[in-house]
Every structure is written in C-alpha cells, then in structure tokens.
Ligand binder design. Structure first.
Ligand code: ACO
Length: 334
C-alpha cells in the first residue's frame, strides 16, 4: 500500500567563511570575468578547518526538526546523502545522530536506522525515493534526510578548471506519512544512472587510491571532471527526466510553479530551462552564492526560494539533478 510522503520540516546550513572570485584570482590563473561568464558563480562558502560536513548536516537537521515540531529522539531513520563523508567509516549519518544526541535507546520504534548513500549531486532526489519506499514499509517512521557535503576538502585548489566550481553546505528535510502542517507531499520521484559514464567525474580517496602511512596524496584524491561532456549529459538528462516525470503524472510544465534544477553552473540551469520552454521567473538559481554543493544544492535551494518568497507550502515544485556516476533524477513536490 502506498502512503503519502510529506516534507514536514526543512533546514539548511552553510559555513560563514566566504571564498570569492577575487580570492581565487590570487590562487590560480583565473578571473572574476571568466568564472562569472562560464559558470555564473560569484562566491562559495568553505568550512573552517575545525568543522566537517557532519556539523553542517547536524545544524540543518536541527532546523528541519524544529520546523516539524519534533525532537531528535522522535527520529527513526537518518539517511545521509554525501559524496564527501567525514570518514569512510563511521557513516556521516551515525556521526550526525551522535551530534544530535540520538542513541540506541531513542527513536519511537526503539532504535534508529542510520545509513549513508552516495548518488553524488543526485543524492537528495535519490533520498526522497528511499524515504517514499521506507514509509511504505514503516508508515510510522520519522525520517531525517540530510544532504551534507564538504566539497572543499576534495577540491584541488591548484586546478583552475575545477577549483572555481565547488562549495560546502548541507540541507535537511523531515519526511513522514502524516503531518499536521505539511510543506509538500513528495508525489513522485524518478531516478536513473549510467555506469558507462563513471569516468566523467571522479573524487578519489577511496580504496582504489592506496596510501601508506607517512606518504602524500596525489591529484587523483581530488575532483577531476570532463567538464564539457558532463555539461551535455546534464542538460539532456535533467530535461528528459523532468519531462517523463511530469507526463506520467498527467502534468505539463505550465502546471509547475517553480522548477529547481541542480545548482552546478548557471549556463546549465539556463540551458535546461530554455529546453523546457520555461521563463526565467519559473526557474530558481542560487548557484551564484554557493557554487556546486553537490547533494546539498536542492534542499538549500528549496530553503532559499522559500526565504525569498518564491515558494510557499503546497506550490508545485519540480526538482531535478545530475551528478557523478553518472546519476540523475527528478522529483515532483505538490
Ligand atoms: N579560469 C580561466 N580559464 C579557465 C578556467 C578558469 N577557472 N578553467 C578553464 N579555463 C580555460 C581552459 O583551460 C580552456 O582554455 P584553452 O581553450 O586555452 O584550452 C578554456 O578556459 C575553456 O575551457 P573549457 O573547459 O572548454 O570551458 P567550458 O566553457 O566548458 O567551461 C566548465 C568549463 C565551467 C567546467 C563547464 O564545462 C561546466 O560547468 N561543466 C559541467 C560541470 C558540472 O556541472 N559538474 C557537476 C558535477 S560535479 C559532482 O558530481 C561532484
């Protein structure tokens, strides 16, 4: 039996430290003009040395729980979408649970399931699908979906073709099958991938990058990317997946109040909007302020769009994303 999947609370968190295009001009051979023209990005937020992605995730989660009127001990599941976890193990979701004070004795079902997953920049969309499936099995579940990313920790600040693109951020939502004041219902989600394209974007540092105590790491530990190829796949896949999702729900783009695509590059955002025939007033962009924060872009954009008065509960929102894998997907919130 299908149960509704309501977003009952939403939160976001970005570090206070800002890295501007002018700062990058001092680090690599680049210019504000080039970065603005090719990406639209003006600044990104970067973690301080003593903080990690899980700190941002925990702060976003606290805000989402507060809006949902829930305490940490009400949570039954934490799903963390991240391609930049604090550690290979323990999971960022377990670390967030610890930071929120959630332990084995809390949780309305007597225990809490914590799990990380890596769908790169598509993590939030994939996470909405995980939440929908979980609520079918456990309609009483209180799910925290947290996108927590620390891309600056895997950015090669000597490589001008990638270091201008990324930033750190987290966003979180609380998902339940019933809710007094829901923000949105996650009406439908579609997720896809193509492993044949796995080499287009990579972040090393896993077990395929062996290392010995005392040795230094090479550039393969950082983000590498075939930018133009990614650009083309991103535009095509986000447009086609969004179209398919609307069609199977008997809707057209005229029914959508706000389209929020993955925030990687303003040119990609504009190209997708144009391909779908959407006016600029229907397409949300905040990549200028944060750069690409991978799985965190969509919940942060939802929170910013609401703050900017462009979104209200119950408005029809179409989310879409793409990322390393390659993965891509779309979600319809009503
Ligand atoms: N400053 C100045 N010049 C630069 C810079 C820079 N920061 N970076 C590259 N250039 C130069 C290149 O060296 C090249 O010079 P050349 O012509 O002399 O060789 C020239 O600019 C053009 O480079 P291109 O790579 O062709 O530039 P393009 O217009 O494709 O823009 C970009 C590059 C911004 C990376 C674009 O391709 C893009 O946004 N791609 C998509 C990336 C993306 O969205 N990734 C998301 C996934 S990340 C994840 O999943 C974690």
């Amino acid at each position: 039996m299908n149960h509704p999947c309501y977003i009952c609370g939403l939160g976001s968190s970005v570090p206070s430290r800002v890295l501007t295009n002018a700062d990058l001009e001092k680090m690599v051979e680049t210019s504000d003009e080039w970065i603005t023209a090719r990406t639209g990005i003006k600044e990104r937020h970067i973690l301080d040395e003593n903080a990690n992605g899980s700190d941002l995730g925990a702060e976003a989660a606290r805000a989402a729980l507060a809006e949902a009127g829930l305490a940490p001990e009400d949570v039954t599941h934490i799903f963390a979408a991240t391609c930049t976890p604090d550690h290979l193990s323990p999971s960022t979701s377990c670390i967030i649970a610890g930071k929120l004070g959630i332990s084995a004795s809390s949780g309305q079902m007597g225990r809490v399931m914590c799990m990380d997953f890596n769908a790169a920049c598509t993590g939030f969309v994939y996470g909405l699908e995980l939440a929908r499936a979980t609520l079918c099995l456990h309609p009483e579940a209180v799910i925290l979906l947290v996108s927590a990313e620390a891309l600056s920790r895997r950015t090669n600040f000597g490589d001008r073709s990638t270091c201008v693109l990324f930033g750190d951020a987290a966003g979180a939502v609380v998902l339940r099958s019933s809710c007094e004041k829901p923000l949105w219902n996650v009406a439908d989600v579609s997720c896809a991938s193509d492993g044949a394209l796995r080499d287009l974007i990579q972040i090393g540092g896993g077990t395929a990058s062996p290392i010995e105590v005392g040795s230094t790491v090479g550039p393969e530990w950082f983000v590498t990317m075939q930018g133009m190829a990614v650009f083309k796949h991103a535009v095509r896949n986000m447009a086609e997946e969004s179209q398919k999702l609307l069609e199977r729900n008997g809707m057209g783009f005229e029914d959508v109040d706000l389209f929020i695509p993955h925030q990687a590059n303003l040119r990609i955002i504009k190209a997708v909007g144009e391909r779908l025939g959407l006016g600029e007033d229907k397409v949300f962009a905040n990549v200028q302020n944060y750069g690409n924060t991978s799985a965190a872009t969509l919940p942060v954009a939802l929170a910013d769009a609401r703050k900017a008065g462009r979104l209200a509960p119950g408005m029809k929102v179409l989310l879409t994303s793409f990322g390393s894998g390659m993965t891509w997907g779309s979600a319809l919130l009503v």
